[in-house]
Design a protein around this ligand. Structure first.
Ligand SMILES: Cc1ncc(COP(=O)(O)O)c(C=O)c1O
Length: 496
C-alpha cells in the first residue's frame, strides 16, 4: 500500500520568524532555537550538529536566512566566537553559505553533490540546468532520515571494529546472512548465508561473475538491447558480445540456443525481471525454457536482478529454477543507496573457489562499512519500508508520465520500473528527438545507447523518471518531449 510514510521523530530545534523590516526580495531571518542540551562535546560542535540535523529534517529548509552571529549568541547565551565557529563548521560541511551583506543561508543539501555526466574521456562535467531523464538514479532524499538512523546505530555496534578487520574475500558471515534475508523478502530467493558472496556493487558482481565463467576472446550472449554497463565489463574482459533476438515478451529461448550453438558461447547475461531498457519481465514459461536450454547445451546464465525488488509479487528467479546453471547478481543500489556499494553474487557451489579467487585478486576483501549500514537497514526492517516507498514513488511518477504522454503507446512499458521505454511513431526519428530535446534542456537516451555492435535496435527511447528531485521538473521535461513527438518537424535537423 502506498501511503504517507513518516520518518521517525527525532529531536528537533524550533524556528520562528523575526519581526522587523527587511529589503524586498530577501527571505526573512528566522529565530532558531537549536536542541543542544543533550549533545556531548564542545558547544560549537553541538550547534553545528543541531544545524545539520534541522537542515536534514526540514526544520530549516533551503534558502532560510539564519540569525546573525550576534543574535544567536544572545539567544543561546554563548559568545559570538562560539557561533562563528559553529557556522564555520557547518559551512565546511557545505550546509550553509554566507553572502556578504545578505547574511548566512541554508544551502539545498540535495545540491551538495552536483549532478554529473560522464564525457568521452571519463571527465566529469556539470549538468547545470539540464532536466536529466537519462540516468536511472533513484530519488534518495525521502530516505535520508532512515540512512542517518542506521548509520548512527552502526556507529554504536559493539562488533563494529571486528567487522572492520580483514575478512575472507567472501565477506563477513553476519552481513551475508542479512543479504540472504533481503533476497528472501525482496526476490523470494531462498538461499543460505554461505551461498552469498559480497561484491562492490552490481557492477563488481557482474565483473566477478563474468570473469569466473569466461576467458578473453570468448563470446557472451546478451539481449538485443542491454545494460550499457555490461558492455563496459565485456570490453574490459575482452569478450565478444552477440545480441540475441527478443520479441514483445523478451528473450527468445530458441534464439538463445541457436546463437550459443552457432557462436560457441558458454554464457548468457540477461535481466529476466524489468529488463533495462525494455522493462520486459520474462514469463515463467520462458524462464523454465531458458534454464532447460542452459542445461542442455552447457550455458551459464548470468541473471542481473537489480530492478527485481520493484516487481511484486516477485517472479521466480532463474537461480531458483536452475541453481546449477545460474549466477545471480544484484545490488542494493536501486533498492537502498548506490553509495553503499553493496553488491552480491549467488552462484553454484562448484564455482565458489573460482569466485573467491577473483574477489581476492581484485578487491581482497569487501568494503564492509557500506554493507554494515545495509545490514542494519535490513535487520531493522527499514530496508523493506524504503523499498516500499521506492515502489510508491515509481507508481506516482509513472502515473504522472502517463498522463502527460497520454497520446502515446506506453502499453508495452511496465509501470513498475523507474523508466519508460517508449517506442516512437514512424514519423519520429529517435536521434532527432534526442537532439531536439537536448537543445531544449532535456536529456534522454535513444535505443542505440543500449545496442550491441551493429545489431539492430528499435525506434525507441528510454526516459528515466526518478533522477530529477521534483515532479515539476519531470512534468516540464515530459511536456517538452510530448511537444516534440507531436510535432516532429520541430526537432528535425539538416533543413538545408
Ligand atoms: C541492469 C543493471 N545492472 C547493474 C547496475 C549497476 O548497479 P550498481 O550501482 O550496484 O553497480 C545497473 C545500474 O544502473 C543496472 O541498470
Amino acid at each position: 500500500m502506498c501511503g504517507l510514510l513518516r520518518a521517525p521523530m527525532r529531536c528537533r530545534g524550533t524556528i520562528s520568524a523575526l519581526s522587523g523590516t527587511r529589503p524586498m526580495n530577501q527571505p526573512a531571518t528566522v529565530r532558531w532555537q537549536p536542541a543542544i542540551a543533550h549533545r556531548p562535546g564542545p558547544l560549537y560542535r553541538a550547534i553545528a550538529a543541531a544545524l545539520a540535523e534541522d537542515i536534514g529534517n526540514g526544520t530549516l529548509p533551503p534558502g532560510t536566512r539564519l540569525p546573525t552571529h550576534r543574535d544567536l549568541a544572545w539567544d543561546l547565551k554563548v559568545t559570538v566566537g562560539t557561533i562563528t565557529r559553529a557556522y564555520q563548521e557547518a559551512e565546511r560541511q557545505g550546509l550553509i553559505g554566507g553572502e556578504v551583506g545578505r547574511g548566512t543561508f541554508v544551502r539545498d543539501p540535495r545540491r551538495l553533490v552536483e549532478p554529473v555526466v560522464e564525457s568521452g574521456g571519463g571527465l566529469l562535467e556539470m549538468n547545470l540546468g539540464l532536466i536529466d531523464l537519462s540516468v536511472n538514479a533513484t530519488a534518495l532524499w525521502p530516505d535520508a532520515p532512515a540512512l542517518t538512523a542506521a548509520t548512527q546505530a552502526v556507529a554504536l555496534r559493539p562488533d563494529l571494529v571486528s567487522l572492520m578487520s580483514y575478512q575472507t574475500p567472501l565477506g563477513h558471515h553476519r552481513l551475508r546472512a542479512a543479504i540472504a534475508d533481503w533476497l528472501a523478502d525482496s526476490a523470494d530467493l531462498h538461499v543460505a548465508a554461505d551461498q552469498v558472496l559480497l561484491a562492490v556493487g552490481g557492477q563488481g558482481a557482474m565483473l566477478t561473475a563474468l570473469s569466473a565463467v569466461t576467458r578473453p576472446g570468448d563470446t557472451l550472449l546478451v539481449e538485443q538491447v542491454t545494460y550499457p554497463g555490461l558492455r563496459a565489463v565485456a570490453l574490459h574482459l575482452g569478450l565478444r558480445l552477440v545480441p540475441v533476438a527478443m520479441d514483445a515478451d523478451g528473450l527468445l529461448p530458441d534464439a538463445v540456443e541457436q546463437a550459443a550453438r552457432s557462436h560457441g558461447a558458454h554464457a548468457l547475461y540477461c535481466m529476466p525481471t524489468l529488463q533495462n531498457p525494455t522493462t520486459i519481465t520474462l514469463s515463467l514459461e520462458r524462464r523454465r525454457a531458458l534454464v532447460e536450454v542452459a542445461r542442455r547445451i552447457g550455458l551459464m546464465l548470468i541473471e542481473d536482478d537489480v530492478y527485481g525488488f520493484l516487481k511484486q509479487p516477485s517472479p521466480p528467479t532463474l537461480h531458483s529454477l536452475g541453481p546449477d546453471v545460474t549466477l545471480y547478481v544484484s545490488s542494493l543500489s536501486k533498492s537502498l543507496f548506490p553509495g553503499l556499494r553493496t553488491g552480491f553474487i549467488v552462484g553454484p557451489r562448484p564455482l565458489f573457489d573460482r569466485l573467491a579467487t577473483i574477489l581476492r585478486a581484485t578487491v581482497l576483501a569487501p568494503a564492509h562499512l557500506g554493507t554494515v549500514v545495509a545490514a542494519e537497514l535490513i535487520d531493522s526492517g527499514e530496508a523493506g519500508r524504503i523499498a516500499q516507498r521506492r515502489r510508491c514513488l515509481v507508481a506516482e511518477r509513472q502515473s504522472l508520465a502517463r498522463t502527460i504522454l497520454s497520446g502515446l503507446d506506453l502499453s508495452g512499458s511496465d509501470p513498475a520500473v523507474t523508466h519508460l521505454w517508449l517506442p516512437l511513431p514512424e514519423t519520429v526519428r529517435r536521434d532527432e528527438l534526442v537532439r531536439g530535446a537536448l537543445e531544449r534542456g532535456v536529456k534522454i537516451t535513444a535505443a542505440d545507447g543500449f545496442g550491441v555492435g551493429r545489431g539492430e535496435v528499435p525506434n525507441a527511447v528510454r526516459i528515466c523518471l526518478m533522477g530529477v528531485d521534483h515532479s515539476a521538473q519531470l512534468e516540464k521535461g515530459l511536456s517538452v518531449l510530448d511537444g516534440l513527438i507531436s510535432n516532429p518537424v520541430a526537432s528535425a535537423s539538416a533543413w538545408v
